[in-house]
Design a protein around this ligand. Structure first.
Ligand code: ZN
Ligand code: ZN
Length: 448
């Protein structure tokens, strides 16, 4: 937490004018709190018979507003509020949630009333810094705007009750504008669209308008144009349920650019396991594509629920941009439910989705939480899967695994959900990549 203090002197001739006071926001700020004080109603004491009367005439009135580096008005609150707070996901009423980007912000000063001797305003700006931690969410949901049964607000409330921090709203072929999404404390709603075609579905996340015109396309070139437009407008592009029985993704993936593969759509089943197999082939061939999960929630059914599966991301804040950056980087794992197991991986300085220099770094450190009795933790590399640990009872485990060849290493936690039925993944992690460095050929140069 850092604090900036600013003192502003206002002269009587500035009364009934507006001006701005600039201040610098550093990198990595999560929330900004701005408070100010000045002598609004000084005490004027008058002796009266048997006592003292204290008059409090209003001699100064200073209004407040906040302007972002791009010149947009974050909010304005007249002279009513003397403290406001803004972050990417929340803001004091009268202000809009805004990412606290680095750069020159400005306080809007409205000198509505100024005493003949002028007034001194003391501003205090408090920054809280971003801190990377685990956030849980669902990246694939439908509302009443397509064929779901809940409003976005109802989904957000439900998400919060189930312990989710973010939900992407991905209705078929239509978006809900960011400004139209409800503000629900504790839940980040991410605007998105499930571009839905008879020949394949893809989620475009974090863009209100990923392409112009209609969704419907005939030629592959039109599909490519939708993807290219979404990419240009900053959307995170996910190829959905690629091997689904009823709506597989049949466009040629080699001709489309995308950011992630949804290998886990709704309940774990054959189509998802085959998608994991496809992804494993890509990884083994040296292709680095992060995976995501999404419940494809429309309404409750015996097997479909919000957060089934949940994507756990290690993000710098709960803001949309930070969540999506973590998804894009593969700093994430998929777990069967909001209360499913969790995992953190590291190898030297590298974390999930990152690259470790092999053989200088050969140890994969695994910390798995929320295991149930009988859960099997296994590591998967290009060579195959190796079981590392079977939980004797509910608990957490920390393990080290020696990575014997460059490539990738990822974690699966298998669980028997129904006695007598073979185990299914309760968790799938993205990999850490082990990249052969020149040290490999010059062992003498390797650090210990
Ligand atoms: Zn779909
Ligand atoms: Zn869907």
């Amino acid at each position: 937490m850092t604090t900036l203090s600013l003192t502003v002197e206002v002269a009587p001739k500035q009364a009934r004018t507006y001006f701005t006071v600039p201040f610098q926001v550093p990198e990595g700020v999560a929330t900004l709190t701005l408070r100010y004080r000045y002598e609004r109603r000084p005490a004027v004491l008058t002796p009266t018979s048997g006592g003292v009367f204290t008059a409090r005439p209003e001699v100064n009135v200073i209004d407040l507003g906040l302007i972002a580096p791009d010149g947009s008005q974050v909010g304005a609150s007249g002279s009513d509020k003397t403290e406001i707070t803004v972050s990417a996901t929340r803001a004091t009423p009268g202000y809009r949630p805004t990412p606290i980007v680095a750069g020159e912000w400005r306080i809007l000063v409205g000198a509505y009333k100024v005493a003949p001797e002028g007034v001194t305003i003391k501003y205090e700006i408090v920054f809280t810094v971003k801190q990377r931690r685990l956030f849980l969410g669902d990246l694939h949901t439908h509302t009443l705007a397509s064929d779901g049964v809940h409003t976005a607000h109802e989904l957000a409330i439900k998400a919060r009750r189930h312990g989710l921090d973010f939900v992407a709203i991905t209705d078929h072929n239509q978006t809900i504008a960011r400004a139209a999404l409800p503000q629900v404390d504790g839940v980040t709603l991410i605007p998105g669209i499930e571009w839905t075609h008879y020949a394949g579905h893809a989620n475009f996340l974090g863009s209100e308008r990923p392409y112009d015109g209609v969704f419907a396309t005939q030629a592959l070139s039109d599909v490519q144009a939708r993807f290219a437009s979404a990419r240009e407008r900053g959307a995170l592009i996910v190829v959905n349920h690629p091997l689904d029985e009823s709506c597989p993704f049949t466009f040629d993936l080699a001709t489309l650019s995308f950011d992630a593969l949804e290998v886990w759509n709704g309940p774990m089943r054959e189509a998802n396991l085959r998608a994991v197999g496809l992804w494993q082939q890509w990884l083994s061939a040296g292709r680095r594509v992060p995976i995501v999960g999404g419940s494809d929630y429309h309404r409750d059914t015996p097997f479909i629920f919000l957060g089934g599966p949940t994507t756990g991301v290690y993000a710098d804040s709960e803001g949309e941009a930070d969540i999506l950056a973590a998804v894009r980087a593969g700093r994430s794992f998929l777990t069967f439910a909001p209360n499913g197991p969790t995992v953190a991986l590291s190898a030297g300085d590298a974390g999930l989705g990152e690259v470790a220099p092999w053989p200088r770094v050969k140890t994969l450190r695994i910390v798995a939480g929320g295991l149930a009795s009988g859960d099997v933790v296994r590591v998967v590399t290009a060579v195959g899967a190796t079981a590392l640990f079977t939980a004797p009872e509910a608990g957490d485990v920390a393990l080290d695994y020696l990575v014997e060849a460059p490539g990738f290493a990822r974690i699966e936690i298998l669980r028997v959900f129904i006695p007598g039925v073979p185990p299914l993944p309760a968790l799938l992690s993205n990999p850490i990549y082990f990249e052969a460095t020149s040290n490999e050929n010059h062992p003498g140069a390797a650090e210990p």
